[in-house]
Design a protein around this ligand. Structure first.
Ligand SMILES: Cc1ncc(COP(=O)(O)O)c(C=O)c1O
Length: 214
């Protein structure tokens, strides 16, 4: 919800010193951030590995489902045996697995590199456009862009104006973030264009101004 991440090398080091396990959810970075889309954990300077990694197929991979991975065979067996969602649900069906496999192929191909760089350039463009229009944007460039709004009332009104003016977005407020720190959440995809991003930024800025003037 803040488009940020901790200093993983440091967190891993602290876990080691306390003999603690570390679970990292890579739902929002696997496939879209870091070298070859391998995520923040593979960015230069990040050393060490978390004990467990979980991820979702519902973002980059365009499907439902997800995964749990660990170097520990015991942990993998434990999760298989005691995870209710795993034991009492059905497996992914072949078309879903085919979709995820195709997405993985794209992610690790030169096409993946160009899709990622397009998304990141749009994200940077949206962040700078919003900033130039007086809207603070949280976190760091990623497919998720978070214009900060603040008071919930302002966010709700501005959200309505955005919808009325052709921009569908998610409005996030407490308890998903702190009170009076409402923000919008937009997700950029490779299908978006420069024009889309500039259009949405202008609608958001105008909507916030109109909501504040109400
Ligand atoms: C960090 C994170 N993990 C996991 C999920 C859940 O993904 P899903 O239930 O769609 O697989 C989400 C959904 O937005 C998420 O933001």
């Amino acid at each position: 919800m803040d488009s940020d991440h901790p200093d993983f090398s440091r967190v891993i080091e602290i876990c080691r010193s306390y003999d603690a396990s570390l679970l990292v959810d890579v739902a929002h970075d696997l496939g879209v951030l870091g070298p070859m889309g391998r995520g923040v954990l593979h960015e230069p300077g990040v050393s060490g590995k978390p004990t467990f990694v979980i991820g979702s197929f519902s973002k980059t991979f365009g499907c439902i489902g997800g995964f749990f991975a660990s170097n520990s065979r015991a942990a993998s067996y434990y999760v298989r045996g005691f995870s209710g969602a795993y034991t009492f649900s059905n497996y992914l069906v072949p078309p879903q697995i085919a979709a995820v496999r195709s997405a993985v192929k794209i992610v690790s191909s030169p096409q993946g590199d160009s899709l990622r760089s397009h998304v990141l350039s749009l994200s940077t463009l949206m962040r700078t456009t919003l900033a130039s229009l007086g809207i603070k944007v949280l976190g760091r460039p990623s497919p998720i862009v978070l214009p900060f709004i603040g008071p919930e009332k302002l966010a709700r009104k501005a959200y309505r104006y955005c919808l009325q003016n052709g921009v569908i977005l998610n409005s996030v407020e407490f308890p998903a973030c702190r009170k009076a720190e409402a923000r919008f959440r937009l997700q950029i995809t490779p299908r978006h264009s420069h024009e889309d991003v500039v259009f949405a930024s202008n609608v958001i800025a105008d909507s916030v101004s109109s909501a504040a003037a109400d």
